[in-house]
Each structure stands twice: as C-alpha cells, then as structure tokens.
Design a protein around this ligand. Structure first.
Ligand SMILES: CC(C)(COP(=O)(O)OP(=O)(O)OC[C@H]1O[C@@H](n2cnc3c(N)ncnc32)[C@H](O)[C@@H]1OP(=O)(O)O)[C@@H](O)C(=O)NCCC(=O)NCCS
Length: 264
C-alpha cells in the first residue's frame, strides 16, 4: 500500500473527477472535458492512493480568499484522511498566494462535510439558494431607469466591496473562458452584477442591490443566453429569493455558506 499523495489535477484526470463530481449531488451535469480543462483543472488537486484518484478538491484562488467549489471523496475511500489532506494542500497554497480567508457552500444536512469544515476552522455565515428556470417561462420585466450592459472591469472592485464578495472574485471569474460579466446601472451607477456562463448555463455570483432592479439583471443575462435553461445561486438575499419564487422559480436547493480565517 502506498502513501496518500496530493498533486495538481491533470487533463487525463477528467473522467475520474467527473465521476467523483456526482458525489456532490448538485443535480448539475458532470463537467465535460472542455469545462474541466478550462475551469476546473487549473485549480484542482487530486488525492492519489495506490495509483488511483480517490478524491478531488476544486478551488478558486482569489486575492484575499480561497473559495472551495467542490470536494468529494470516493465512497470506498472515505474517512481515510483524503479530504483533510486536500484541505491542508489548498490552505497552504492559498496562504502562499497571500489569501487570508477560506469559504465554501454546503448543504445544511451534510453532516459529514460540516464536521470536516468545522474541524478546519470554518463557521456558518449565511444561507444561499439555487434556482433553476426556463427563460421562456419567466416573463421579461423591464425596470424603468435601469439598463444592462457588459460590466467594465473598472467597476469590479467597487461591486466586490459593495456586495461583500471576495476581492478579485469577478476578475478571476472573468479569466475563465465562456464567462460573460454583465452589470446593471441606474443613473450611471452599478446596482448589480452577474457572472454568467451561457454554456453551463448559469450565473454565480449574481448580486443586486434589491429585488426592484433584479429583473433587469436577469434580462441582462438573458441577452447572452444560448439555452432556455438557467440556474442562479442567490446568496444571502431573501428578497431576491422571494422575487424568483413569485415569478414561478422557487428554490431548488438550500446551501449554507461557511467561512473561516487562514491565519494559524
Ligand atoms: C465530506 C467528504 C468530502 C469528507 O471526505 P473524507 O475524505 O471522507 O474526509 P476525511 O477522511 O479527510 O475526514 C476528515 C474529518 O472530517 C470529519 N468527517 C468526515 N466524514 C465524517 C463523517 N461521516 N461523520 C463525521 N465526521 C466526518 C471528521 O472530523 C474527520 O476526521 P476523523 O476521521 O479524524 O474523525 C466526503 O464525505 C464526501 O465526499 N461526501 C460526498 C460529497 C460531499 O458531500 N462533498 C462536500 C460538498 S460541500
């Protein structure tokens, strides 16, 4: 039996990682080879035991924060320290890059994952909801005085501060192929943004100052849609959840947002 090894993911890990992705039970399709190569592979680590990949962790490294997007261990390899070893590697990598915070989303009833995260020093911060809907069933709701446009990167930092997003979350998302970053403006000032991937299709993060302007943000995404299907992750915004629910798109899943410090 060989020791557990943590190494960066390679393109040839795609099939195994896609299989492990299903353990997350998000209801989303497995990442295809292109999405794996473009989005996951560059910041994914895998755990290898006896020559086989037993677990993976996909993270987004930002200026001050590392955002854990996926972590999954094969059922047969659970409770053998794979996820803990992946966390140790990613935390060390994030610290080396100057990050100070770690965060992620987890289903509130995922006791195994929550035990791991609390052990890793993360704590509950707020609730998020995912929604799925068809553009054809969601009527357009023009909002007087609010216009949508591609978001100029000059607004990124201002919007990250306004919505409490990790610094550089928009810029790091902008760097991923297929992402379309849209904003909405009132009196020339940005009042919402969405990082939309028309190929997924979905938007994350998606933030608006209130539910009044939110429909304009959805319309700004819709202008770039190539599929009728759409997914959004609404973070810490019950008014936007209520708007979508009233529009016929109730929450599909609830997540708890956990965060913690990377300082030792
Ligand atoms: C959550 C998950 C990634 C943990 O992976 P793992 O490789 O089994 O975790 P580890 O062996 O590294 O465990 C590290 C610690 O986490 C906690 N933990 C992990 N699984 C646990 C369980 N079933 N019950 C209680 N605590 C658990 C323990 O504190 C454990 O330390 P210990 O074994 O010394 O007590 C794994 O259960 C999994 O893949 N689940 C399905 C996918 C998923 O839900 N991913 C998280 C999405 S947010």
């Amino acid at each position: 039996m060989s020791a557990l090894v943590i190494r960066p993911a390679r393109l040839e890990d795609h099939a195994r990682v896609a299989e492990l992705f299903l353990e997350l039970e998000t209801g989303d399709p497995k990442p295809d080879a292109t999405r794996f190569a473009n989005e996951l592979c560059p910041s994914t680590f895998v755990a290898v035991k006896d020559g086989a990949v037993t677990a993976y962790l996909f993270a987004q490294f930002m200026k001050d924060t590392v955002y854990i997007r996926h972590v999954a261990t094969a059922p047969s390899a659970r409770r053998t320290g794979a996820a803990r070893a992946l966390f140790a590697k990613v935390k060390a990598e994030a610290r080396a890059r100057g990050a100070e915070r770690i965060c992620l989303n987890v289903k509130p009833d995922n006791t195994a994952a929550i035990a791991l995260y609390e052990d890793e020093g993360l704590a509950f911060r707020y609730t998020s909801q995912t929604h799925r809907f068809a553009w054809s069933k969601l009527p357009s709701h023009p909002v007087a005085g609010v216009t949508g446009a591609l978001l100029d990167p000059a607004f990124d930092a201002e919007l990250e501060t306004r919505f409490g997003l990790p610094s550089e979350q928009i810029a790091t998302t902008r760097a991923i192929p297929n992402k379309v970053i849209v904003g909405i403006f009132r009196d020339g000032k940005p009042v919402g943004l969405a990082c939309f991937d028309p190929t997924f299709p979905g938007a994350f993060p998606i933030r608006a100052v209130d539910s009044e302007v939110f429909p304009a943000l959805l319309d700004a995404c819709k202008a770039h849609a190539i599929e009728d299907d759409m997914n959004v992750v609404i973070e810490d915004a019950p008014d936007l959840v209520a708007w979508l629910t009233n529009a016929g798109a109730p929450p599909r899943m609830t997540f708890s947002y956990y965060a913690g410090s990377l300082q030792k």
